[in-house]
Design a protein around this ligand. Structure first.
Ligand SMILES: N=C(N)NCCCC[C@H](N)C(=O)O
Ligand SMILES: O=C(O)CCC(=O)C(=O)O
Ligand SMILES: [Fe+2]
Length: 338
């Protein structure tokens, strides 16, 4: 029996401070991110000193309180009031790989200047009235996570070998992130249910920062890389990404797979929650700008120079890619809108 690999834990603090000793320590952080992205596409970020450790628990409590409201109260902010993307989705309304997911959720997106709910993704966010603190607390978290997103982007760019000039261009693609925040509620899977809490998928954009309540063995990550014996040699296995206090789970989305020309693989993950409790998770998706034209970075192509498998990834405009994804995410008859 070989032991299962552990996802790396990365202390991002040198990038959060400008103290001279921090600046000197950034190289190690950038290298650790590079290894984590080539080996796993998933890692933990230790956010000590950046967030108040009680904040995410508070958000989870607010989300839990919302999900425990009567159904008709939750339906008041249904995504069908808006653009079929922003708002509340009832249990099993989410679909992954054509199958209903055993969760409910609320999605918030970056607000747009001239909202028009008849345009895909272009409606308005719907904030719950109850609990009353919900909007203010989540808005604070969103601004923190946006800040973190740019910091981790820079650290990853350093890890890949992006020059300062090239970073200016990359930063222009993410400096007005079309972010998404989800609050997700997972009742236990019924015993007789062959279903899944959230089907296996890759995330769409740059970086996901996930806070989840302490429920173990729910979020699972598929490892299909060849790892060294020290890392645990098994590949082709699902490993748990259980929460670690003070850390968020971070994974890279498909846009990083394109930027890195496949050096960094966006990793499949799923949720199977068989425990007896009601699980809550809060992913923040730090994504490119809506109009970002995402194509392989020169830094990635430099690293791959001379390699036989010279496949170059197709470019994608992030907003177009997102629209295709969201169009197949919900049960019901609104496919024509996307
Ligand atoms: N932006 C992200 N990653 N949102 C969550 C995606 C969950 C899977 C989705 N139902 C799908 O089928 O893609
Ligand atoms: O709830 C989780 O742990 C993960 C959710 C997820 O993967 C997603 O919403 O994209
Ligand atoms: Fe995901």
């Amino acid at each position: 029996m070989s032991t299962l690999p552990q996802l790396p834990i990365i202390d991002i603090s040198p990038y959060l401070s400008n103290a001279p000793d921090s600046v000197a320590r950034r190289k190690d952080v950038a290298n650790a991110l590079h290894s984590a992205c080539t080996d796993f596409g998933f890692f933990y970020l230790n956010l000590a000193g950046f967030i108040d450790p009680s904040t995410p628990d508070g958000l989870a409590a607010l989300a839990r309180e919302f999900f425990h409201l009567p159904q008709e109260e939750k339906d008041k902010i249904s995504l069908s009031n808006q653009d079929y993307a922003r708002g509340y989705q009832k249990l099993r309304e989410n679909v992954t790989n054509g199958k209903a997911d055993n969760h409910e959720g609320i999605d918030f997106y970056r607000p747009v200047e001239a909202p028009d709910k008849s345009k895909p993704l272009w409606g308005e966010n719907q904030w719950p009235e109850k609990p009353t603190a919900f909007k203010a607390e989540f808005e604070d978290w969103i601004s923190k996570m946006k800040e973190l997103g740019l910091i981790v982007m820079k650290a990853m760019a350093d890890g890949l070998g992006v020059t300062e000039d090239e970073w200016e261009k990359l930063r222009n693609q993410v400096d007005d992130s079309f972010w998404v925040l989800r609050a997700i509620g997972y009742p236990p899977l019924p015993d007789d249910h062959d279903g899944i809490s959230c089907g296996s998928h890759k995330d769409y954009g740059c970086l996901t920062f996930l806070y989840a309540d302490p429920t173990p063995s729910a979020l699972q990550v598929f490892l299909n890389r060849n790892l060294t014996p020290e890392q645990g040699v098994k590949k082709g296995v699902w490993i748990n990404a259980d929460p670690i206090p003070g850390c968020v789970v971070c994974n890279i989305g498909e846009m990083w797979e394109i930027w890195s020309n496949g050096l960094y693989k966006s990793t499949l993950h799923r949720v199977i929650h068989r425990g007896a409790n009601y699980r809550v998770s809060i992913p923040f998706f730090f994504e490119p700008n809506f109009t970002a034209d995402v194509r392989p970075l020169d830094a990635a192509l430099r690293r791959q120079k001379g390699q036989a498998n010279a496949k170059v990834y197709e470019p994608q405009v992030y907003g177009e890619f997102l629209m295709k994804k969201v169009g197949s995410n919900f049960a019901g008859g609104k496919k024509d809108r996307y």
